[in-house]
Design a protein around this ligand. Structure first.
Ligand code: PLP
Length: 423
Protein backbone atom coordinates (compact mmCIF):
# COMPACT_ATOMS: atom_id res chain seq x y z
CA UNK A 1 0.00 0.00 0.00
CA UNK A 2 1.33 3.43 -0.96
CA UNK A 3 2.00 6.11 1.63
CA UNK A 4 -0.97 8.29 2.53
CA UNK A 5 -0.75 11.98 1.78
CA UNK A 6 -1.35 14.62 4.44
CA UNK A 7 -5.01 15.17 3.52
CA UNK A 8 -5.76 11.45 3.75
CA UNK A 9 -3.95 11.25 7.09
CA UNK A 10 -5.80 14.37 8.25
CA UNK A 11 -9.24 13.04 7.40
CA UNK A 12 -8.40 9.76 9.14
CA UNK A 13 -7.60 11.36 12.49
CA UNK A 14 -8.59 15.04 12.71
CA UNK A 15 -11.90 16.72 13.62
CA UNK A 16 -11.62 20.36 12.53
CA UNK A 17 -13.36 23.29 14.27
CA UNK A 18 -16.39 25.01 12.75
CA UNK A 19 -16.23 22.49 9.91
CA UNK A 20 -18.83 20.20 8.36
CA UNK A 21 -16.53 17.48 7.06
CA UNK A 22 -19.42 15.99 5.10
CA UNK A 23 -19.58 18.87 2.65
CA UNK A 24 -16.63 21.20 2.98
CA UNK A 25 -13.76 21.64 0.57
CA UNK A 26 -10.48 19.85 1.36
CA UNK A 27 -8.26 21.53 3.92
CA UNK A 28 -5.43 23.76 2.79
CA UNK A 29 -2.07 22.17 3.44
CA UNK A 30 -0.07 25.00 4.97
CA UNK A 31 3.64 24.24 5.01
CA UNK A 32 5.02 27.51 6.40
CA UNK A 33 4.25 31.20 6.76
CA UNK A 34 6.12 34.48 6.64
CA UNK A 35 4.84 38.04 7.01
CA UNK A 36 1.33 38.27 5.56
CA UNK A 37 1.79 35.11 3.47
CA UNK A 38 0.99 31.45 3.96
CA UNK A 39 2.90 28.99 1.76
CA UNK A 40 0.97 25.86 0.83
CA UNK A 41 2.66 22.52 0.31
CA UNK A 42 1.72 22.84 -3.37
CA UNK A 43 4.08 25.84 -3.45
CA UNK A 44 1.23 28.37 -3.80
CA UNK A 45 1.60 31.61 -1.82
CA UNK A 46 -1.64 32.74 -0.18
CA UNK A 47 -2.17 36.12 1.49
CA UNK A 48 -3.56 35.77 5.00
CA UNK A 49 -6.44 38.24 4.66
CA UNK A 50 -7.96 37.34 8.01
CA UNK A 51 -4.81 37.30 10.16
CA UNK A 52 -5.27 33.59 10.89
CA UNK A 53 -8.59 34.00 12.74
CA UNK A 54 -7.95 37.63 13.67
CA UNK A 55 -4.89 37.12 15.81
CA UNK A 56 -1.77 37.46 13.67
CA UNK A 57 -1.23 41.20 14.00
CA UNK A 58 2.39 41.66 13.00
CA UNK A 59 2.79 38.89 10.45
CA UNK A 60 3.96 35.30 10.65
CA UNK A 61 7.47 34.38 11.70
CA UNK A 62 8.23 37.81 13.16
CA UNK A 63 11.90 37.83 14.28
CA UNK A 64 11.18 39.59 17.61
CA UNK A 65 8.53 37.01 18.49
CA UNK A 66 10.80 34.10 17.52
CA UNK A 67 13.65 35.56 19.58
CA UNK A 68 11.43 36.10 22.64
CA UNK A 69 10.01 32.55 22.41
CA UNK A 70 13.42 30.93 21.94
CA UNK A 71 15.04 32.81 24.82
CA UNK A 72 12.16 32.05 27.17
CA UNK A 73 12.05 28.36 26.21
CA UNK A 74 15.70 28.10 27.15
CA UNK A 75 15.10 29.87 30.49
CA UNK A 76 11.76 28.65 31.88
CA UNK A 77 9.26 26.75 29.76
CA UNK A 78 6.38 26.29 32.17
CA UNK A 79 5.57 26.24 35.83
CA UNK A 80 2.26 26.13 37.65
CA UNK A 81 0.96 29.61 38.38
CA UNK A 82 -0.68 28.82 41.74
CA UNK A 83 1.93 29.50 44.38
CA UNK A 84 4.62 30.39 41.79
CA UNK A 85 5.37 33.48 39.76
CA UNK A 86 7.93 34.51 37.15
CA UNK A 87 9.36 37.53 35.39
CA UNK A 88 7.50 37.37 32.03
CA UNK A 89 4.03 37.12 33.61
CA UNK A 90 4.70 39.99 36.01
CA UNK A 91 6.34 42.19 33.38
CA UNK A 92 3.53 41.59 30.92
CA UNK A 93 0.94 42.65 33.50
CA UNK A 94 3.06 45.69 34.41
CA UNK A 95 3.29 46.77 30.77
CA UNK A 96 -0.22 45.87 29.70
CA UNK A 97 -2.22 47.47 32.52
CA UNK A 98 -1.10 51.09 31.88
CA UNK A 99 -1.94 50.77 28.19
CA UNK A 100 -5.51 49.63 28.94
CA UNK A 101 -8.32 52.19 29.27
CA UNK A 102 -9.23 53.30 32.79
CA UNK A 103 -7.49 52.24 35.93
CA UNK A 104 -7.35 48.46 35.90
CA UNK A 105 -4.83 47.07 38.35
CA UNK A 106 -4.86 43.28 38.15
CA UNK A 107 -4.43 40.68 35.43
CA UNK A 108 -5.85 37.15 35.56
CA UNK A 109 -4.32 34.86 32.94
CA UNK A 110 -6.05 32.06 31.04
CA UNK A 111 -5.69 30.45 27.61
CA UNK A 112 -8.11 31.77 24.99
CA UNK A 113 -10.90 34.23 24.31
CA UNK A 114 -13.64 32.00 25.67
CA UNK A 115 -11.85 31.43 28.97
CA UNK A 116 -11.10 35.16 29.28
CA UNK A 117 -14.87 35.71 29.02
CA UNK A 118 -15.72 32.85 31.42
CA UNK A 119 -13.33 34.34 33.95
CA UNK A 120 -14.86 37.82 33.60
CA UNK A 121 -18.42 36.51 33.99
CA UNK A 122 -17.50 34.36 36.99
CA UNK A 123 -15.59 37.23 38.60
CA UNK A 124 -18.60 39.53 38.16
CA UNK A 125 -21.10 37.05 39.63
CA UNK A 126 -18.83 36.09 42.51
CA UNK A 127 -17.90 39.71 43.25
CA UNK A 128 -21.59 40.37 44.01
CA UNK A 129 -21.91 37.04 45.82
CA UNK A 130 -18.95 37.94 48.06
CA UNK A 131 -20.78 41.14 48.97
CA UNK A 132 -23.82 39.12 50.01
CA UNK A 133 -25.87 40.02 46.94
CA UNK A 134 -27.23 37.43 44.55
CA UNK A 135 -27.01 39.30 41.29
CA UNK A 136 -27.24 36.62 38.62
CA UNK A 137 -28.46 38.51 35.58
CA UNK A 138 -26.08 39.23 32.71
CA UNK A 139 -26.92 41.78 30.01
CA UNK A 140 -25.39 41.36 26.56
CA UNK A 141 -25.82 42.90 23.13
CA UNK A 142 -27.94 41.32 20.42
CA UNK A 143 -25.84 39.49 17.79
CA UNK A 144 -22.92 39.17 20.17
CA UNK A 145 -20.35 36.38 20.15
CA UNK A 146 -18.16 35.68 23.16
CA UNK A 147 -16.86 32.17 22.55
CA UNK A 148 -17.85 28.52 22.66
CA UNK A 149 -17.60 27.43 26.30
CA UNK A 150 -20.90 27.32 28.18
CA UNK A 151 -20.81 30.71 29.89
CA UNK A 152 -19.44 32.41 26.79
CA UNK A 153 -22.10 30.71 24.67
CA UNK A 154 -24.79 31.87 27.07
CA UNK A 155 -23.59 35.46 26.81
CA UNK A 156 -23.51 35.20 23.01
CA UNK A 157 -26.53 35.37 20.73
CA UNK A 158 -28.54 32.17 20.34
CA UNK A 159 -28.72 30.53 16.92
CA UNK A 160 -27.23 27.84 14.73
CA UNK A 161 -24.09 27.49 16.87
CA UNK A 162 -25.89 27.15 20.21
CA UNK A 163 -29.12 25.32 19.26
CA UNK A 164 -28.32 21.90 20.81
CA UNK A 165 -27.42 23.60 24.09
CA UNK A 166 -30.02 26.38 24.34
CA UNK A 167 -31.94 24.68 27.15
CA UNK A 168 -28.78 24.49 29.23
CA UNK A 169 -27.60 28.07 28.77
CA UNK A 170 -28.38 30.60 31.50
CA UNK A 171 -30.77 33.35 30.61
CA UNK A 172 -29.24 36.58 29.37
CA UNK A 173 -31.07 39.88 28.82
CA UNK A 174 -30.28 41.55 25.51
CA UNK A 175 -30.25 45.06 24.11
CA UNK A 176 -29.53 46.21 20.58
CA UNK A 177 -26.59 48.40 19.60
CA UNK A 178 -29.02 51.01 18.22
CA UNK A 179 -29.43 52.88 21.50
CA UNK A 180 -33.08 53.78 20.88
CA UNK A 181 -35.15 55.31 23.68
CA UNK A 182 -36.74 51.95 24.30
CA UNK A 183 -33.27 50.28 24.56
CA UNK A 184 -32.25 52.91 27.09
CA UNK A 185 -35.47 52.56 29.09
CA UNK A 186 -35.18 48.77 29.08
CA UNK A 187 -31.59 48.93 30.30
CA UNK A 188 -32.41 51.47 33.01
CA UNK A 189 -35.27 49.34 34.27
CA UNK A 190 -33.12 46.17 34.29
CA UNK A 191 -30.20 47.83 36.04
CA UNK A 192 -32.37 49.53 38.63
CA UNK A 193 -33.89 46.16 39.61
CA UNK A 194 -30.72 45.37 41.56
CA UNK A 195 -30.41 41.89 40.03
CA UNK A 196 -27.89 42.60 37.25
CA UNK A 197 -24.29 41.54 37.83
CA UNK A 198 -22.69 42.68 34.58
CA UNK A 199 -23.09 44.05 31.08
CA UNK A 200 -20.79 42.42 28.49
CA UNK A 201 -20.12 43.90 25.06
CA UNK A 202 -17.77 43.77 22.08
CA UNK A 203 -16.88 47.45 21.71
CA UNK A 204 -17.31 49.07 18.25
CA UNK A 205 -17.28 45.83 16.20
CA UNK A 206 -19.24 42.64 16.80
CA UNK A 207 -16.97 40.17 15.04
CA UNK A 208 -18.46 36.71 14.59
CA UNK A 209 -21.97 38.19 14.64
CA UNK A 210 -21.18 39.58 11.17
CA UNK A 211 -18.51 42.30 11.52
CA UNK A 212 -21.31 44.57 12.69
CA UNK A 213 -19.92 48.04 13.32
CA UNK A 214 -21.52 50.57 15.61
CA UNK A 215 -20.45 53.88 17.05
CA UNK A 216 -19.75 54.64 20.67
CA UNK A 217 -22.73 56.94 21.25
CA UNK A 218 -25.18 54.23 22.29
CA UNK A 219 -22.53 52.21 24.07
CA UNK A 220 -21.49 55.22 26.12
CA UNK A 221 -25.10 55.70 27.22
CA UNK A 222 -25.37 52.02 28.14
CA UNK A 223 -22.15 52.11 30.15
CA UNK A 224 -23.30 55.30 31.92
CA UNK A 225 -26.55 53.64 32.97
CA UNK A 226 -24.71 50.52 34.18
CA UNK A 227 -22.22 52.58 36.18
CA UNK A 228 -25.07 54.53 37.77
CA UNK A 229 -26.40 51.29 39.27
CA UNK A 230 -23.03 49.66 39.97
CA UNK A 231 -23.49 47.05 37.22
CA UNK A 232 -20.02 45.84 36.20
CA UNK A 233 -19.04 46.57 32.60
CA UNK A 234 -17.08 43.89 30.74
CA UNK A 235 -15.42 44.88 27.47
CA UNK A 236 -14.74 41.77 25.39
CA UNK A 237 -11.74 43.03 23.40
CA UNK A 238 -10.67 39.55 22.32
CA UNK A 239 -10.97 40.61 18.68
CA UNK A 240 -10.87 44.42 18.93
CA UNK A 241 -7.77 44.64 21.14
CA UNK A 242 -4.30 45.80 20.10
CA UNK A 243 -5.30 48.36 17.51
CA UNK A 244 -7.76 46.44 15.34
CA UNK A 245 -10.39 49.18 15.45
CA UNK A 246 -7.96 52.14 15.38
CA UNK A 247 -7.18 53.04 19.00
CA UNK A 248 -5.04 50.50 20.86
CA UNK A 249 -8.19 49.31 22.65
CA UNK A 250 -11.67 49.99 21.31
CA UNK A 251 -13.09 50.63 24.78
CA UNK A 252 -10.77 53.63 25.15
CA UNK A 253 -13.39 55.59 23.17
CA UNK A 254 -15.79 55.25 26.10
CA UNK A 255 -16.09 58.16 28.52
CA UNK A 256 -16.28 55.73 31.45
CA UNK A 257 -13.84 52.83 31.31
CA UNK A 258 -14.92 49.20 31.72
CA UNK A 259 -14.41 47.36 35.02
CA UNK A 260 -13.14 44.25 33.26
CA UNK A 261 -11.43 43.76 29.89
CA UNK A 262 -10.98 40.41 28.11
CA UNK A 263 -8.02 39.95 25.75
CA UNK A 264 -6.62 37.07 23.71
CA UNK A 265 -6.03 36.59 19.94
CA UNK A 266 -3.58 39.46 19.18
CA UNK A 267 -2.12 39.24 22.69
CA UNK A 268 0.56 36.80 21.49
CA UNK A 269 0.37 37.70 17.81
CA UNK A 270 -1.44 34.38 17.48
CA UNK A 271 1.77 32.45 18.04
CA UNK A 272 0.72 30.57 21.19
CA UNK A 273 -2.43 30.56 23.31
CA UNK A 274 -2.80 33.11 26.10
CA UNK A 275 -5.61 35.25 27.45
CA UNK A 276 -6.02 38.02 29.96
CA UNK A 277 -8.95 39.17 32.05
CA UNK A 278 -7.94 42.53 33.53
CA UNK A 279 -9.97 43.99 36.39
CA UNK A 280 -10.18 46.98 38.69
CA UNK A 281 -8.72 47.04 42.19
CA UNK A 282 -12.24 47.21 43.58
CA UNK A 283 -13.08 43.87 41.97
CA UNK A 284 -9.83 42.28 43.14
CA UNK A 285 -10.37 43.52 46.70
CA UNK A 286 -13.82 41.95 46.72
CA UNK A 287 -12.13 38.53 46.77
CA UNK A 288 -9.67 39.22 49.60
CA UNK A 289 -10.34 37.71 53.05
CA UNK A 290 -8.65 35.98 55.94
CA UNK A 291 -10.28 32.68 55.06
CA UNK A 292 -11.07 30.88 51.79
CA UNK A 293 -14.73 31.85 51.60
CA UNK A 294 -14.22 34.61 49.01
CA UNK A 295 -11.52 32.90 46.93
CA UNK A 296 -11.78 32.81 43.15
CA UNK A 297 -11.40 29.05 42.68
CA UNK A 298 -10.62 29.16 39.01
CA UNK A 299 -7.49 28.38 37.03
CA UNK A 300 -6.13 26.53 34.02
CA UNK A 301 -3.02 24.37 33.72
CA UNK A 302 -1.29 26.73 31.32
CA UNK A 303 -2.29 29.91 33.14
CA UNK A 304 0.44 32.54 32.82
CA UNK A 305 2.69 30.33 30.72
CA UNK A 306 6.13 32.03 30.63
CA UNK A 307 6.76 31.46 26.93
CA UNK A 308 3.35 32.88 26.04
CA UNK A 309 3.93 35.87 28.33
CA UNK A 310 7.37 36.55 26.83
CA UNK A 311 5.88 36.42 23.34
CA UNK A 312 3.04 38.73 24.42
CA UNK A 313 5.60 41.25 25.69
CA UNK A 314 7.37 41.23 22.33
CA UNK A 315 4.08 41.59 20.49
CA UNK A 316 2.90 44.43 22.75
CA UNK A 317 6.09 46.35 22.14
CA UNK A 318 5.50 46.12 18.36
CA UNK A 319 1.84 47.14 18.79
CA UNK A 320 2.90 50.24 20.74
CA UNK A 321 5.44 51.37 18.13
CA UNK A 322 4.91 54.36 15.84
CA UNK A 323 5.56 52.13 12.84
CA UNK A 324 2.66 49.92 13.81
CA UNK A 325 0.38 52.91 14.34
CA UNK A 326 1.31 54.23 10.88
CA UNK A 327 0.68 50.81 9.33
CA UNK A 328 -2.79 50.62 10.88
CA UNK A 329 -3.65 54.10 9.59
CA UNK A 330 -2.36 53.19 6.13
CA UNK A 331 -4.54 50.07 6.02
CA UNK A 332 -7.54 52.02 7.29
CA UNK A 333 -7.17 54.62 4.51
CA UNK A 334 -6.84 51.94 1.82
CA UNK A 335 -9.86 50.05 3.21
CA UNK A 336 -11.91 53.25 3.04
CA UNK A 337 -11.04 53.77 -0.64
CA UNK A 338 -12.01 50.17 -1.37
CA UNK A 339 -15.30 50.54 0.54
CA UNK A 340 -16.16 53.58 -1.59
CA UNK A 341 -15.77 51.43 -4.72
CA UNK A 342 -17.71 48.53 -3.21
CA UNK A 343 -20.65 50.83 -2.39
CA UNK A 344 -21.32 51.31 -6.12
CA UNK A 345 -21.67 47.59 -6.79
CA UNK A 346 -25.33 46.47 -6.98
CA UNK A 347 -24.89 43.11 -5.14
CA UNK A 348 -23.09 44.86 -2.26
CA UNK A 349 -24.73 46.39 0.76
CA UNK A 350 -23.29 48.00 3.89
CA UNK A 351 -19.66 48.33 2.82
CA UNK A 352 -18.08 49.40 6.10
CA UNK A 353 -14.73 50.04 7.70
CA UNK A 354 -13.53 50.33 11.27
CA UNK A 355 -9.79 50.50 11.83
CA UNK A 356 -8.14 47.70 9.86
CA UNK A 357 -11.40 45.80 9.27
CA UNK A 358 -13.24 46.08 5.96
CA UNK A 359 -16.56 44.25 5.59
CA UNK A 360 -19.50 44.15 3.22
CA UNK A 361 -22.63 42.09 2.74
CA UNK A 362 -23.39 40.31 -0.51
CA UNK A 363 -27.11 40.63 -1.00
CA UNK A 364 -28.34 37.06 -0.65
CA UNK A 365 -31.96 36.33 -1.45
CA UNK A 366 -31.71 32.89 0.23
CA UNK A 367 -31.00 34.68 3.50
CA UNK A 368 -29.25 31.70 5.01
CA UNK A 369 -26.85 33.70 7.18
CA UNK A 370 -23.70 31.86 8.29
CA UNK A 371 -24.42 28.84 6.08
CA UNK A 372 -25.02 30.88 2.93
CA UNK A 373 -23.40 29.15 -0.07
CA UNK A 374 -21.72 32.49 -0.85
CA UNK A 375 -19.10 31.64 1.77
CA UNK A 376 -17.73 28.61 -0.06
CA UNK A 377 -18.03 30.23 -3.48
CA UNK A 378 -16.10 33.24 -2.22
CA UNK A 379 -13.41 31.21 -0.45
CA UNK A 380 -12.77 29.20 -3.60
CA UNK A 381 -12.63 32.34 -5.74
CA UNK A 382 -10.20 34.15 -3.45
CA UNK A 383 -7.99 31.11 -3.06
CA UNK A 384 -7.67 30.82 -6.83
CA UNK A 385 -6.28 34.35 -6.68
CA UNK A 386 -3.90 33.62 -3.83
CA UNK A 387 -5.92 35.11 -0.97
CA UNK A 388 -7.29 33.48 2.17
CA UNK A 389 -10.60 35.03 3.17
CA UNK A 390 -13.29 33.22 5.14
CA UNK A 391 -16.61 35.08 4.86
CA UNK A 392 -19.18 34.83 7.62
CA UNK A 393 -21.87 33.44 5.31
CA UNK A 394 -22.68 36.26 2.89
CA UNK A 395 -20.58 38.76 4.82
CA UNK A 396 -17.17 39.18 3.22
CA UNK A 397 -14.50 40.82 5.32
CA UNK A 398 -10.80 41.49 5.27
CA UNK A 399 -8.74 41.88 8.45
CA UNK A 400 -5.11 41.63 7.36
CA UNK A 401 -1.97 41.61 9.52
CA UNK A 402 -0.64 45.14 10.05
CA UNK A 403 2.54 44.23 8.14
CA UNK A 404 0.54 43.74 4.93
CA UNK A 405 2.14 45.92 2.24
CA UNK A 406 0.27 48.33 -0.01
CA UNK A 407 0.78 45.97 -2.95
CA UNK A 408 -0.58 42.98 -0.98
CA UNK A 409 -3.54 44.99 0.27
CA UNK A 410 -4.17 46.28 -3.24
CA UNK A 411 -4.40 42.68 -4.45
CA UNK A 412 -6.92 41.77 -1.75
CA UNK A 413 -9.04 44.85 -2.50
CA UNK A 414 -8.91 44.27 -6.24
CA UNK A 415 -10.16 40.70 -5.93
CA UNK A 416 -12.85 41.61 -3.42
CA UNK A 417 -14.22 44.19 -5.84
CA UNK A 418 -13.88 41.72 -8.69
CA UNK A 419 -15.75 39.04 -6.76
CA UNK A 420 -18.62 41.35 -5.84
CA UNK A 421 -18.91 42.69 -9.41
CA UNK A 422 -18.95 39.30 -11.11
CA UNK A 423 -21.26 37.36 -8.83
N1 PLP B 1 -14.79 36.98 22.19
C1 PLP B 1 -14.76 37.50 20.95
C2 PLP B 1 -15.17 38.92 20.74
C3 PLP B 1 -14.33 36.72 19.88
O1 PLP B 1 -14.33 37.25 18.66
C4 PLP B 1 -13.93 35.39 20.12
C5 PLP B 1 -13.51 34.53 19.01
O2 PLP B 1 -13.66 34.81 17.87
C6 PLP B 1 -13.99 34.90 21.42
C7 PLP B 1 -14.40 35.72 22.43
C8 PLP B 1 -13.58 33.50 21.71
O3 PLP B 1 -12.21 33.36 21.56
P1 PLP B 1 -11.54 31.91 21.39
O4 PLP B 1 -11.92 31.45 20.03
O5 PLP B 1 -10.08 32.17 21.53
O6 PLP B 1 -12.08 31.06 22.47
Amino acid sequence: MGQKNLLERDSAVIWHPFTQSGIEQPMLEVARAKGASLFLSSGQEVLDGISSWWCNLHGHGHPAIIAAATKQLETLDHVLFAGCTHEPAVELAEQLLPSLPGDLTKVFYSDNGSTAVEVALKMAIQWWFNRGQERNTIIALEDSYHGDTFGAMAAGARGLFTKPFDQMLFDVRRISTAGSNSDLEQLESLCSSGTVAAFIFEPLVQGAGGMLMYDAVALNRYVDICKKYGVLCIADEVMTGFGRTGPLFASSVLTQAPDLICLSKGLTNGSVPLAVTACSEDIFQGFIANDYSRTFFHGHTFTGNPVAAAIALASLSISLSDDCDRARKRINAAHKSCAAILRDIPRVSSARVTGTILAFDIIDTDNKGYISSIKNTAMKFFLQHGILLRPLGNIVYCMPPYCTTDAELGRMHEWMVNFAKNL
